[in-house]
Design a protein around this ligand. Structure first.
Ligand SMILES: [Mg+2]
Length: 273
C-alpha cells in the first residue's frame, strides 16, 4: 500500500508475555496461585485461579480471596475473612514459587519468533508488558533471549504505578519505543486484563486464544484434546475476549499480521481505536 505521511499506520505492537509469546496455556502462574492457597488449607479451582490472570499478582491474590467459595473456606478455618495482611503474606510466599515455576515454563510459543520477525521486517517496533514483576522477569528475559525472542522494550508491573487493567504499562512501552500516538499501537494479549489495558491506553487490542489463559491448556493437553472439545473451549475464550472489547480475537499469534493489515485500513479511513 502506498504510504502517505498524513495517514497514521501501525508503528508498534506490544505483546504480553505468558500465554502470548511464552508459556503455552499460561500454565506457570495458574499452578502457583493454587499452591499458595493450598498452603493456607484453602482450595482454589483452576478455573477460579485463571479468572483474574494478567493483573498484578498481588491484586490477583486479593481478588481470589474475595470469591465467595474461597472467603467461606477461609472464614471456616481462621474465623474471619482474609485481610490485606493475609494477601500480602500470600504474595510474599507467591513470588519465589513463581520465580521457580517460570524457569520451567519459558518455552517460546510456536510461531512467535517468526511472526515477530515478519512484523519487524515491516518496520514495526516490538514492545512488551507483563503482570510479572522485575524479579520474575529477571529469570524469564534471558531464557527468552536465548530462545530467540527479544522485544525492543519490556515493561513489567513493578515499573509502573498501576498494573492491568490500567494502561500504565502499555503507555510506558509506547513512550520507550518513541511512539507519539496510541492509535498507532496494537496491544496483543491472552486475558481480559490485557484487552482492557490496550483499550484503556486507547490502543487497538487483539486477543489470542489457542495458546492463552482463556483456553488454558498446556501444549501437551492442547494436542491431546479432541477437535470438537477444542472448538468449544476456543469459542468460550473468543467470546470472553470479544466481550472484554477486543477489536480482534485471533486464534494464535501467527494471525496478528493479518489483523494489523485490517487495522491499517481502518486507520486510513480515519478510524481510531
Ligand atoms: Mg498473559
Amino acid at each position: 500500500m502506498a504510504s502517505n505521511l498524513s495517514t497514521p499506520q501501525v508503528e508498534a505492537v506490544i505483546f504480553d508475555w505468558a500465554g502470548t509469546t511464552v508459556d503455552f496455556g499460561c500454565c506457570a502462574p495458574a499452578a502457583v496461585f493454587i499452591e499458595v492457597f493450598k498452603r493456607k488449607g484453602v482450595e482454589v479451582t483452576l478455573k477460579q485461579a485463571r479468572g483474574p490472570m494478567g493483573m498484578h499478582k498481588r491484586d490477583h491474590i486479593r481478588i481470589l480471596t474475595q470469591l465467595d467459595p474461597v472467603a467461606e473456606q477461609w472464614t471456616a478455618k481462621y474465623g474471619a475473612r482474609p485481610t490485606e495482611e493475609d494477601v500480602e503474606a500470600m504474595f510474599t510466599e507467591f513470588v519465589p514459587l513463581q520465580v521457580a515455576a517460570i524457569a520451567s515454563h519459558a518455552d517460546i510459543i510456536s510461531g512467535a519468533v517468526e511472526t515477530i520477525a515478519a512484523l519487524r521486517d515491516r518496520g514495526l517496533k516490538i514492545g512488551s508488558t507483563t503482570g510479572y514483576n522485575a524479579e520474575m522477569m529477571a529469570v524469564l528475559v534471558p531464557l527468552a533471549t536465548a530462545s530467540g525472542y527479544s522485544p525492543d522494550c519490556m515493561v513489567c508491573v513493578s515499573d509502573v504505578p498501576q498494573g492491568r487493567p490500567a494502561p500504565d504499562m502499555a503507555l510506558e512501552a509506547m513512550k520507550r519505543l518513541g511512539i507519539g500516538d496510541p492509535a498507532c499501537c496494537v496491544k496483543v494479549g491472552d486475558t481480559v486484563a490485557d484487552i482492557h489495558e490496550g483499550l484503556n491506553a486507547k490502543m487497538w487490542s487483539i486477543g489470542v486464544v489457542d495458546h492463552g489463559n482463556e483456553v488454558g491448556l498446556s501444549r501437551a493437553e492442547f494436542d491431546a484434546t479432541p477437535a470438537p472439545r477444542l472448538a468449544e473451549r476456543r469459542k468460550i475464550a473468543q467470546r470472553r475476549l470479544a466481550n472484554a472489547g477486543a477489536h480482534y480475537v485471533a486464534n494464535t499469534i501467527r494471525d496478528t499480521p493479518t489483523c494489523i493489515d485490517t487495522i491499517n485500513k481502518r486507520l486510513a479511513t480515519g478510524e481510531r481505536p
